[in-house]
Write a protein that binds this ligand. Structure first.
Ligand SMILES: [Ca+2]
Ligand SMILES: [Ca+2]
Ligand SMILES: [Ca+2]
Length: 228
């Protein structure tokens, strides 16, 4: 019985871990103090419930008080893709060695002018597929020092229990501004506004088949109760 319980605890803990991984980044790893911390990523929380996928940035500054920052996510879901550019044509590349590497999706967002977000897909060239101001299949909100972007797993061609890799960035309002902070890079990522850079990928696995582990947890707990 103890073994069953131990296994159940592990499974349920795994389910909880799937739900909300938080990836931390260094504080102060930006070349400029412009914006009072809005360009400095402290952490990013990725989560999905089997259909909706969200990225929640926590910054070192107040994005409501100072709202000119840009928040972006570069995503690699399948072999191939763009290894040298992105949907906003900023000087930011996936830049990973090896066959098949390359960005497939690019989320770009802003928190001024009423907030907005776009999701681009790469297939030979970058094309806008979703935007807050067109089909509404992507959304964004901000509060205090957080920015949350939500879309659907299906809009990234993803399903249950699939791994994808990504990096998240901050930038300024200039079209040539690069990645001032990179979630995956603990050091100062660029030394100037327009300096080009490559992603430091981190990976995430979507939740297993909807509810399967949750059902196992509930079923297991019921079983234990009955036996007691
Ligand atoms: Ca940082
Ligand atoms: Ca790819
Ligand atoms: Ca960083």
């Amino acid at each position: 019985m103890k073994k069953v319980l131990a296994a159940l605890v592990l499974v349920c803990a795994a389910q909880a871990a799937y739900a909300r991984p938080i990836i931390n980044d260094s504080a102060g790893d930006v070349f400029t103090g412009a914006g009072g911390g809005i360009l400095d990523i402290l952490s990013l929380e990725v989560s999905d419930d089997g259909s909706a996928l969200s990225f929640k940035f926590t910054l070192a500054g107040d994005v409501v008080a100072t709202d000119w920052g840009k928040y972006m996510v570069m995503i690699d879901t399948v072999p191939g893709g763009d290894n040298g550019g992105n949907g906003w044509a900023r000087p930011i590349s996936w830049g990973q060695p090896g066959i098949g590497a390359g960005a497939d999706y690019w989320i770009g967002s802003w928190v001024d002018s009423g907030n907005g977000a776009e999701n681009y897909n790469y297939s030979g060239s970058w094309a806008l597929q979703d935007a807050t101001y067109t089909n509404g299949l992507i959304s964004i909100s901000k509060a205090g020092s957080t920015v949350t972007i939500s879309t659907a797993l299906s809009r990234m061609g993803l399903g249950a229990n699939q791994q994808f890799c990504f990096d998240a960035f901050t930038s300024g309002g200039g079209g040539g501004d690069g990645a001032i902070d990179s979630l995956g890079d603990p050091g100062v990522h660029v030394g100037d506004w327009g300096q080009p850079s490559n992603a430091f990928p981190v990976c995430y696995t979507t939740t297993p088949e909807p509810g399967s582990l949750a059902l196992l947890c509930i079923g297991g707990l019921a079983l234990i109760r009955r036996r007691r």
